[in-house]
Design a protein around this ligand. Sequence first.
Ligand code: C5P
Length: 272
Amino acid sequence: MATEVFAPAKINLTLHVTGQRSDGYHLLDSLVVFADFGDRLRVTPASEMSITVTGPFAEGVPLDQRNLCWRAAELFGETVSIELEKNLPHAAGIGGGSSDAAAVISAMEQIFDRAIQGDPLALGADVPVCAVGKAVRMQGIGDQLGLCHFPPLCAVLVNPGVLVPTPLVFQGLTSKENPGMGALPQPDVPSDVWDWLVSQRNDLQAPAIAAQPVIGGVLEGLSGLAGVRLARMSGSGATCFGIFEHAEFAKQAAQHIQKAHPDWWVRAVQLS
Ligand code: C5P
């Protein structure tokens, strides 16, 4: 019997790089939320592993062990057939592959009625946070997770279609020891939430813009739109998000950007 799971886009509302370990991995302090838009998967027990991919971003998705979904199933220790509807751009800072892997683990836990025994962190720093799937503060290298109360936000996601390799962006940091987020705001006081969000950072944004200047153009474009409160990059890029006062502003902004840049990926979403 097939099990269907949703793999939402992951958005780093903030991403502070607070240090670096001796093995090279960076210490982070990040508030992560999830969109109501993402990939969809069907996982079915099978005598051997297989992956089929459909959807607007199917092209170039590996159909073997290079696919994080495949490695997630191997880590779980059973063979399944995976049907992946790829709606999210890849290598885009919104956790597409990590969210797919977390969704495969969730489906397999349901199918085989047991918890995974291996450590999902072995699949990538973003897999554990994607397994949570709701507002969470991520610290350490992605291994320390704390659930948060954070109000839902209306946003527009914009990806200009350029690739920024994550290791390159980390290497471009001018400072590896930056302040963390401090205390989170009261979720039920909107002015506190806005002021706090605006005062935070994504430390990877500057090196990503240096690698792909179009990201700076995306952020400038988002910042000038009606009803926008904040424009920032997610993860190591290149996807950026604008946070809007309400859903109607976000919808209008998405239409405006898509019309001006038909080749960019643009989505109005709710984040929670
Ligand atoms: O774990 P993941 O595959 O997402 O990481 C990709 C690369 O990003 C790592 O090989 C590493 O160069 C860099 N990275 C890092 N510190 C982190 C997460 C990722 O330096 N906390």
